[in-house]
Design a protein around this ligand. Structure first.
Ligand SMILES: Nc1nc2c(ncn2[C@@H]2O[C@H](COP(=O)(O)OP(=O)(O)OP(=O)(O)O)[C@@H](O)[C@H]2O)c(=O)[nH]1
Ligand SMILES: C[C@H](OP(=O)(O)O)C(=O)O
Length: 216
């Protein structure tokens, strides 16, 4: 199996612009990438990075990196078109993913196995059908189900709280502070992010206090 980890190395995590500046968004995106690459490797597979641009020099990711500046779907579909083995696609912002979760996903049966993301996305895929092609962005989970139906591929859904949690917006940071245990959660904590209980749903606030509240 090939395991692709797509990564926007150019202008990552723009939906976090309300809480992070551009440099912080890049740092945070790389921290999540490190966690995902480690989890894939510890699941027993070797990840391949598919980046929009060369990584910054100081980022020593020790995995094969392919630079492809095309939009996400054409870049992934080019790999699928030439694949002679199953291909998994794992997004680089699945900051809660653990090796065991990924191992179960990669082992799941099905011609197309999809992990739904928050808000209608597709957080991960395992593709074993030669005609399947991705169609990311928007309500991609629904679109991928339609693609599978159109080519007659069996489409199965892989349910996992951790793999369904992609970190896109401020509200997603709550999950990372509560359930994360890697570089990205540490980065948030060090940046002063804390849970904020305001009576409704728990949110996050950014403070300059040093009292970590990470669940040990
Ligand atoms: N190779 C590649 N990866 C991409 C591209 N766009 C997004 N990604 C990656 O795909 C995954 C999911 O994309 P998003 O959640 O939209 O990530 P993002 O683009 O950093 O976030 P936003 O700027 O807020 O949309 C992340 O791991 C991104 O790094 C792209 O055009 N090419
Ligand atoms: C790539 C995209 O990610 P999202 O924008 O939904 O986080 C998707 O899953 O289709």
């Amino acid at each position: 199996m090939r395991v692709l980890v797509p990564f926007d190395a150019s202008e990552p995590k723009t939906r976090l612009s309300d809480v992070l500046d551009r440099r912080e968004r890049a740092e945070f995106a790389y921290a999540m990438l490190e966690d995902v690459l480690s989890a894939v490797r510890e699941s027993g597979e070797e990840p391949e990075l598919l980046a929009t641009a060369p990584l910054a020099d100081e980022r020593d990711v020790t995995v094969p990196v392919t630079v492809d500046d095309r939009p996400l779907s054409p870049a992934i579909n080019d790999v699928l078109a030439g694949a002679d083995e199953p291909v998994a696609v794992v997004m680089a912002d699945l900051a809660l993913a653990r090796p065991a979760d990924l191992h179960r996903l990669f082992d799941a049966d099905g011609e197309v196995v999809a992990v739904p993301g928050r808000g209608g996305g597709t957080n991960a895929l395992v593709v074993r059908h030669p005609e399947f092609r991705v169609d990311y962005h928007g309500v991609s989970f629904r679109d991928h189900r339609k693609v599978a139906a159109r080519i007659g591929a069996a489409f199965s859904v892989f349910d996992s709280h951790r793999l369904a949690t992609d970190i896109d917006e401020r509200s997603d940071l709550v999950e990372l502070l509560l359930h994360g245990a890697g570089h990205a959660a540490d980065w948030l904590d060090a940046a002063g992010f804390r849970l904020a209980e305001t009576g409704g749903r728990v949110t996050v606030q950014r403070t300059d206090d040093s009292d970590s509240e990470r669940l040990k």
